[in-house]
Each structure stands twice: as C-alpha cells, then as structure tokens.
Ligand binder design. Structure first.
Ligand code: ATR
Length: 278
C-alpha cells in the first residue's frame, strides 16, 4: 500500500507540534504515512525546496519565513491563498503542485466551535500582520460581515481592506479608539505576538468595558492562557484559546492531502497538555 509522505518546511521547525497532530490524524484514518520536519536555511531555499518537491513527497506545510517565498515554486494557487498572498499547505495533485492557506480557515473553524458566524456580530481584530491577513479573509468569507481592525501601524490595517467581500463592513481604528468602544464588540480576536512567552506578562490593550457575553480569542498559544485571556475571563468573557487554531488548520490541511475527514475531538485537551508541559 502507498505511504502518504508529508512534512513541514520552515526555519526553525524543530519545536513544531505538527508531526504529533498529523500522526494522530493518520492513526484516526488508518492511513499509513509519515510527517517529517525539513528545516531549510534561507540561503539554500531554492535548491532544497526544488529537491524536496521532486522527491516523491505528497504534500507539505510551510511555516515562517517561507509562506510567501514558496509561491513561485507552485503550479497553481487556491484563489483565497492568492488573495492572502501566503501559502501554508502544498499538495501534489496529478503531477501539479497546488498551494492553499489553511491558517485563516482553520482559525474560523476553531472559532465556530465557540460562536457560530452571524452577519449581525461585530468583530474586532487586533493586529494586521501575516496571520491577520488569513484570518480576516476567512472571517469575511465565512459569514462574518462587520470586522473592524486595529493595528499599531494604520497603513497595514488599510492594506487588509483589499481582502474584503462586497458586503463587508470594516472600520480602521487606533488602539485608543478601540478602548473607548470595546463594549460594541461581540468577538475580539488578537492576532499579534504580544503576550507570547517569554513576554507572557504583556497584553495588547486593557480590557475594560467588555460587552456582556463577548468572546475574546487569542491566537497566541504559548502560554495557553495568555494575560489577555486571563483578564477577559476575569471580566466574565467567553475565552477562546490559540492552540485550537493549530489543530483546525492541520485538520483542513490533512483533508486536502488525504481526501478524508478527521475529527479534532479530544486532541484539543491532549495538545493543551503538550503545550503546557513543553
Ligand atoms: P505574523 O505573521 O505573526 O502575523 P507579522 O506579519 O510580523 O507576524 O505581524 C505582526 C503583527 O503584530 C503586526 O500587526 C504588528 O503591528 P505593526 O503592523 O504595527 O508592526 C503587531 N505587533 C508586533 N509587536 C507589537 C507590539 N509590541 N505592539 C503592537 N503590535 C505589535
């Protein structure tokens, strides 16, 4: 029987939790396969990626710093990945390499577990970097209509507006303005690296005046409960942890590679334990 050959390219990749996640998905589906780490130094990227793509590998994930640099090596791009301008999943289909972005859609799948998308919901996204691009695009294509953006650098937030759908309504705000109108938002999504270990005491903005029943979501998952989420919980908000995005982007990638459905289920708790112990 054919072995499904998968992997991850990036620099660095050694700490990645993806091999563990995809091994669980292979067990679930009974697929015989491998998911290997391929650390690639930036100065040999072109040579190494070409060799890897010709090696018989079926698909791979792409992480920092190569999500843009991989694009010229691919034959086709999924339209959303093309719009976002970043690829985190490549698959070989009928001899052609196709690039997808499962980060943003994976994030929205994870968010849907705590709050179903509704046009009437007011969403606030904090940050406008690479992660935010994928998430914004997925939000506006998955039933969220009002998505405001606040970023330290306003021009980067403006750039995100190119990813809108015709019905999208988005306002660009400063962090100061956001603090004054925090009570307007049903969902607050933090997409920057502020608060990530070892700077776990940092919090992007104070959280006073949250709307009762608001959801606060953080894509930072180290620590599992960031200072932002801790504060949100104290304010009575429903909190949504970042490690779920990791699982759902992997779920979507695995579906692309294998054509099979897999469930996240208890992997969420198991991953939380692994992140906490690491
Ligand atoms: P990623 O791919 O992880 O999103 P990125 O593209 O470098 O990384 O984006 C980092 C995001 O975090 C940006 O929104 C950045 O704000 P700027 O656009 O103003 O640079 C934000 N960010 C990083 N450090 C920050 C800090 N100390 N305070 C506020 N925002 C910060």
């Amino acid at each position: 029987m054919k072995i499904l050959k998968l992997g991850l390219i990036g620099h660095p990749v050694e700490q990645s939790l993806s091999p563990w996640i995809h091994t669980r998905f292979m067990e679930q589906t009974g697929i015989d396969g491998e998911y290997k780490l391929y650390p690639i130094e930036p100065d040999v990227f072109d040579k190494k990626i070409t060799a890897l793509m010709q090696s018989g590998i079926d698909g791979f994930n792409i992480t920092v710093p190569y999500k843009q640099r991989i694009i010229p090596f691919l034959d086709e791009l999924d339209p959303d990945a093309a719009k976002i301008g970043a690829v985190n999943t490549a698959v070989r289909k009928n001899g052609k390499w196709i690039g997808y972005n499962t980060d943003g859609s994976g994030y929205v799948r994870a968010l849907e577990q705590v709050i179903p998308p509704k046009e009437s919901l007011h969403v606030l996204m904090l940050g406008a970097g690479g992660a935010a691009r994928g998430i914004y695009r997925a939000l506006v294509t998955h039933g969220f209509r009002h998505v405001d953006i606040a970023n330290r650098t306003a021009s980067k937030a403006e750039e995100l507006l190119q990813l809108q759908e015709p019905e999208t309504i988005s306002e660009i705000l400063t962090f100061q303005e956001v603090q004054q109108q925090l009570a307007d938002y049903d969902v607050i999504i933090h997409t920057t690296s502020v608060g990530m270990s070892p700077n776990a005491a940092e919090q992007i903005i104070p959280l006073t005046n949250l709307k009762p029943g608001a959801v606060v979501s953080d894509i930072v998952y180290k620590p599992i409960e960031t200072q932002l989420l801790h504060t949100a919980k104290q304010q009575g908000a429903l909190i949504h942890h970042g490690h779920s995005m990791l699982l759902y982007q992997a779920q979507y990638a695995f579906e692309i590679w294998s054509g099979r459905q897999v469930v996240v289920g208890d992997l969420l708790n198991q991953l939380e334990q692994r992140v906490t112990e690491a």
